[in-house]
Design a protein. Sequence first.
Length: 431
Amino acid sequence: MQPELISRITTLSHQMTERRERFLADLIRIRSYTGQEGPAVERTLAELRAIGCDEVWTDSAGNALGRIGHGPRIILYDAHLDTNEVADERAWPHPPLEPVVEGDAMFGLGASDCKGGVAAIVYGAAVIREIIRNGAMAGGSHPPLRLDDFSVVVMGATLEEDAEGFALRSLVERDGLRPEVVLLAEATDLTLRRGQRGRCEVRVRVEGRAAHASQPHLGENAILKMLPVIAALEAMNAGLPVDPIFGRGNQVVTMIEGPHTPNSVPAWCEVTLDRRLVPGETPEGVLAGIRAVVEPLGATAAIPDQPVLTHTGLRLDGPAFYPGWLLAEEHPLLAAGQDTCRALWGRPAAMDVWRFSTDGTYSAGAAGIPTLGFGPQEEQYVHAANDQVSLTKLRTAAAWYALFPFVYATLTPLPPSPCQGEGELSRFPQR
Ligand SMILES: [Zn+2]
């Protein structure tokens, strides 16, 4: 990469510090629980206009979107605007919705998950905007910095905390945006993440027969019938698929329900199973394995629908199945990520996979769109009362997002092949 480009990016990222941090502080002030992202989306749209995006819009799921450039090859930057809910405000060092800067860190709800990421990608785009504008004005004194074939689309995403991937699915399948690659600005502490385990929810149910509790022999107790089923589900752990990168999948019974009638023999009992998946597992495969174990014990198993309502009033309910994914080590997207790190810092970044689930479950796991994670936030502060992001790392990440498209454009004159998606676009039609 041209040293001149690197130094312009670094300088611009420094110059935009005040605007970038004011934007992050504003986002922290806005409460944006899942499904209630409207005001945070509006604030993000205003910032996308202010940095000079060529187009600013919202899609049907109410994601905030801004585009720089007019090329057909779309690089999508995704960071979500919704936050986890505060459990106990008294445990927080500062009020959650009050952005407080102490030393190098800005504290506040969502700073690390994922509003720091939103500020990083929006201000990465802001730097790109300036470079393209000034590059055009400089007119031929150096090889042109052009992204003619490309558009960079910045997405302030919704719904991630409760239903990761659903809002991105809607953008791709309902509204027709087809990114060539997706970058996720979730917490990576300036390192790269190239995959995640998946997860799914399974409901396992047994039927009994109700009777008055004073004469239990007249009924069939569904809770007692469930006992061996729970034991069998737990015993399955030893035989779940193993992946060389992610280790073994696991499953745990997390909830149990029955009729709320203390003086009756329960007529039904249902448990919820949280299953963690390795890449390659499918809904059919997961269900077949569980049914083989529980059906002989008289139980049924199903993957329930996750209820999802966007802040725009659209229902996006769909199966609670979130596939895992892994970007191949030799994929050009990963090479571009590493080259961006080398160009900025003179060395490659550490590379790992995420423990938690992200919008990549759709982009890479379901749709096979090559996906890579990079963000300034640190995992230790995610969903924690000392939620914070380093402002120096935020500036560094913005510079990374500014440089990335130029590196990617150089490395991939032609679009690379899709990654190994574990499902297909059509596996879960939207309703
Ligand atoms: Zn997140």
